[in-house]
Design a protein around this ligand. Sequence first.
Ligand code: SAM
Length: 304
Amino acid sequence: MTQQVWRFVVEWMVQPFEAHMHGVKRVLYSGETKFQKVDIVETFSFGKCLFLDGKLQSSEYDERVYHEALVHPAMVTHPEPRRVLIIGGGEGATAREVLRYSTVEQVVMVDIDRELVELCKRYMPEWNRGAFEDPRLKLVFEDGRKYVEDGYEKFDVIIIDLTDPIPGTPSVLLYTKEFYELVRRRLSGDGVVVTQATSLRYTLDTFAMIRNALASVFPIARPYVAPITSFISLWGFVLASVSRDPLFVRAEEIKARLTSMNEALAFYDEEVHRYLFHLPRFIRGRIELMKDIPTDSNPAFSQP
Ligand code: SAM
């Protein structure tokens, strides 16, 4: 009798009492960069996946849902985005979505981990789909906070696509009030910022705290969610601005902006835009209860 031998990646879901076992077809890369442990594997359920420090970052199955939900609400909320800053975004899919807009003249992508970006280029070309070769994209390898702190040029849209604020990792101080004050300084008058804001299933308070930090700096701060099946969770995002409100972008305006794109989107359109900002009652209730504002001396951590 032949026996099937299975291999798994075990992903701990923040808490020590729940894990997701991903059956592995093929390991494409497994190693460590200066900043994080990297596993690029082909799984049975979600296709090719990137894990950083054992945590799923994006999967072939639904990376388009995550990246479209992160990028497009902010892009359409700005009337004419020309200069865009991406902080993090190692896979290149956030840049791919931004570069769809013909108004965009320059995208600066600042990721701390050069080795990771090289691995993503090599093993996950389906994610960037040529974005790294686009002459409008400038890659900078530096800590995103330092980049924002040290420079002066302004951006129309700033997209923060970082790993979750897990204690001891380099993204923790990019989810604080002080960081968002620096971000505000780097936005043009109509500027819009958006950040991924962790899991609503596992770290709902962290999501509410990230929203509070942005709301303490910007008059408009809108939390929203998208369903990311491979993360086994509704996923949180927060969009903020001094003057632009995503709730008042007209459906016809969104439709017009999207029809000029070469390739259709998989997830987002004017109808989905409305639905993203309608949060379930229990989430709204939890946001109202949570009063903490993460700061540099007391940051939010990705923990239940
Ligand atoms: N989709 C993801 C998620 O749900 O968590 C985020 C994906 S993306 C791979 C996260 C990127 O953030 C990585 O490429 C990592 O190198 C980058 N990163 C982490 N800390 C950073 C920092 N301080 N400055 C710039 N990039 C950072």
